[in-house]
Design a protein around this ligand. Structure first.
Ligand code: HEC
Ligand SMILES: [Cu+2]
Length: 319
């Protein structure tokens, strides 16, 4: 299969962006044409020595023209703003029952981890007609994931999660690049977005050995890093039970109440001082020097699976 053109629109959202772009081009073109035409007309009509009347325009006409064009432009821009904003908001609203794929950027490659545990580098396989959500972080500097055929672009930052959601409507091979100058080899930090049918995707991920998905990898780390020593039921340290934590509201020692989302879980591991849980001794150690971003992804997947276990951790793959 050939790499598709940058200009291919491979999702409904991409088509919306294209429509908006065409509309903006038409409006801009019309304004350029109008201004140019007026310049030329006035140039000819009022050239030196012409007999065109040069008296003052009546005040009423002046005012009407002034109000007319101000109101017209105002509403045109308001309409464009509404149009663009509603498209953008639809793209940002995270769809339900999505396939969550983790992306870790580093100089100069993209590391991808699927919920089934399958990993790939500089290639992102996704099923067509499925809501895909990318959960992205960087291991070093600021990168930016750019999927031109989806008309999507998002900064990928160290120590933070950012997200991109899309639903590919076309199968094929598309561009995937870094759109933020990130060092010497920035220009080679490119890859391929491979959109396959859901059946092919399921076949592709199930080639991975059983029990090696992200959550299981995280569970192993949870033991080897000693987390379980404190967090397991019956440990001598008074540490919170992590079952049912994901998505729940957590009361913090400083009085804040926060929702335990991915960013929160990540912060608990890397920046424990930021979120001390109320009612527990502040004993959660800082793991920022001893775990890689990839391992944090696995730990977070494991902690999430403690809540979503009934539905299984590899759900969302073979849909
Ligand atoms: C020395 C014991 C100890 C170890 C080891 C430890 N923790 Fe903790 N952890 C705690 C305590 C105590 C708290 C609650 C108080 C606080 O926030 O410091 C906590 C809080 C947490 C929270 C927030 C829980 C909540 O209810 O909001 C998470 C998530 C967490 N730990 C994950 C981990 C992970 C992952 C590891 C291994 C990489 C780990 N912990 C290792 C003691 C520990
Ligand atoms: Cu980059």
């Amino acid at each position: 299969m050939k790499l598709a053109e940058f200009t291919t629109a491979a999702s409904d959202y991409a088509s919306h962006v294209d429509t908006l772009f065409a509309l903006l081009s038409i409006i801009s073109g019309a304004v350029v044409a109008l201004v140019t035409a007026l310049i030329v007309i006035f140039l000819i009509r009022y050239h030196r020595g012409s007999r065109a009347p040069r008296g003052e325009t009546p005040e009423r006409v002046d005012r009407e023209i002034e109000i007319g064009w101000t109101v017209a432009t105002f509403f045109t821009f308001l309409f464009l703003f509404w149009w663009a904003a509603s498209d953008q908001l639809t793209a940002l609203a995270l769809p339900k029952d999505e396939l969550e794929v983790h992306v870790v950027a580093k100089q100069w490659m993209w590391r991808i981890q699927h919920p089934s545990g399958v990993r790939e580098i500089n290639e992102l396989h996704v099923p067509a007609h499925s809501n895909v959500r990318l959960v992205m972080t960087s291991q070093d500097v600021i990168h930016d994931l750019y999927l031109p055929t989806m008309r999507l672009k998002q900064d990928v930052l160290p120590d933070r999660y950012t997200y991109l959601s899309f639903n590919a409507t076309k199968t094929g091979i598309f561009h995937l690049t870094c759109a933020e100058f990130c060092g010497t080899d920035h220009s080679v930090m490119a890859g391929r977005l491979v959109v396959v049918t859901p059946e092919e995707y399921a076949r592709w991920t199930s080639a991975q050995p059983e029990g090696d998905d992200l959550a299981h990898q995280g569970e192993k780390l949870f033991r080897s890093l000693g987390c379980s020593g404190c967090h397991a039921p019956g440990s001598t340290v008074h540490a919170p039970d992590l079952h049912g934590l994901y998505g729940a509201a957590v009361q913090l020692a400083d009085g804040r109440t926060v929702t335990a989302d991915e960013a929160y879980l990540r912060d608990c591991i890397l920046l424990p001082d930021k979120n001390r849980v109320a009612g527990f001794p502040p004993l959660m150690p800082n793991f920022s020097g001893s775990v890689t971003p990839g391992q944090v992804v696995q730990l977070v997947a494991y902690i999430k699976s403690l809540t979503t276990q009934s539905t299984g951790t590899t759900q969302g793959v073979a849909r």
